[in-house]
Write a protein of this length. Structure first.
Length: 286
């Protein structure tokens, strides 16, 4: 799959709407897609073994999207075959009082993946330029000194996020970011299902319905944030998400192509290490 068409080039304001949310790149067959996803997951498993053995690189995957955009399901499916030892998922909710007592990147920094592992952020520090931008009262609750919440705050946060990500990349963390692009109609359909299907009632939240009223403000906040923070070193991908099976395929493909580019190899021993290894083997056999 050509994933490049979903990647946002820095400054490209039209990227979010380049493809419709229901885009499937000509694929129509759900079963074929499921098979392809399965192959993708198997490949991913192998690459992650190498990532882990080499223990130099970390992989950070950021998932953002409106409620019911399907990011949780995608995380579950794409990671289904992966050894849990290699991965850690963090879901970022409204910050606790302890978290609010620190800068907004603090809790993200504490959750970053170690070398040899993959970290999944289900929402992230991007909420601090999205939901917080849509709702100024949340910003007011962040205990910032007056001088730190002037009119340039969003531009400064984009800058700092870029700097934070560049720092991580320079230290061996590869970053890929996904925006699950769901249409307003499809989101409505999924939310209605949460009311009507007893199996899904638990997911229902009055808040999600309220947030729909701010749809355009959210889309603007997403556009601004994505355009300002998509870079060569930490690109955003716009994932058409009205068809869950297609969104999952795109995510699996981006992760796999990213890992393939990382030149992962099983670590080889130096001659000295090899001699030591053989000495221990002889000991074991004696
Ligand atoms: P969910 O992902 O559906 O469990 O919802 C988590 C909620 O926490 C979402 O409504 C987010 O917008 C909200 N949230 C996440 N991070 C922040 C933040 N930094 N400030 C305020 N709300 C946040
Ligand atoms: Mg939700």
């Amino acid at each position: 799959m050509n994933i490049d068409r979903f990647r946002v080039r820095s400054g490209d304001r039209s990227a979010i709407t380049r493809h419709s949310a229901s885009y499937t790149s000509g694929l129509r067959d759900k079963e074929a897609a499921a098979r392809q996803l399965q192959e993708g997951v198997a490949h991913l498993e192998q690459r992650l073994e190498l990532l882990h053995a080499q223990a130099e690189h970390a992989l950070l995957l950021v998932f953002q999207g409106m409620d019911a955009s399907g990011k949780d399901g995608a995380i579950k499916h794409v990671m289904s075959g992966v050894n849990p030892i290699f991965t850690e998922v963090h879901a970022f909710k409204a910050p606790s009082s302890d978290e609010l007592a620190h800068d907004y990147l603090w809790r993200a920094a504490r959750a970053l993946p170690a070398r040899g592992t993959i970290g999944i952020f289900d929402r992230s520090y991007y909420e601090d330029v999205i939901v917080v931008r849509v709702h100024p009262e949340i910003l007011a609750s962040q205990h910032l000194p007056r001088a730190c919440r002037g009119p340039k705050i969003w531009k400064e946060r984009y800058e700092d996020i870029r700097g934070f990500e560049r720092h991580l990349v320079r230290n061996g963390t590869t970053i890929r970011k996904f925006f699950f692009h769901v249409s307003r109609q499809e989101q409505q359909r999924r939310l209605v299902e949460r009311f009507d299907d007893p199996e899904k009632n638990w997911k229902f939240s009055a808040r999600d319905v309220r947030e729909r009223q701010h749809w355009n403000a959210y889309m603007n906040a997403y556009r601004e944030a994505i355009v300002a923070t998509s870079s060569e070193f930490a690109p955003w991908y716009i994932v058409p998400a009205d068809h869950k099976w297609f969104a999952r395929l795109v995510v699996a493909e981006v992760i796999n192509q990213t890992l393939d580019k990382m030149a992962l190899k099983t670590p080889r021993l130096t001659p000295t290490e090899k001699r030591n290894l053989m000495a221990v083997r002889r000991q074991l056999m004696a």
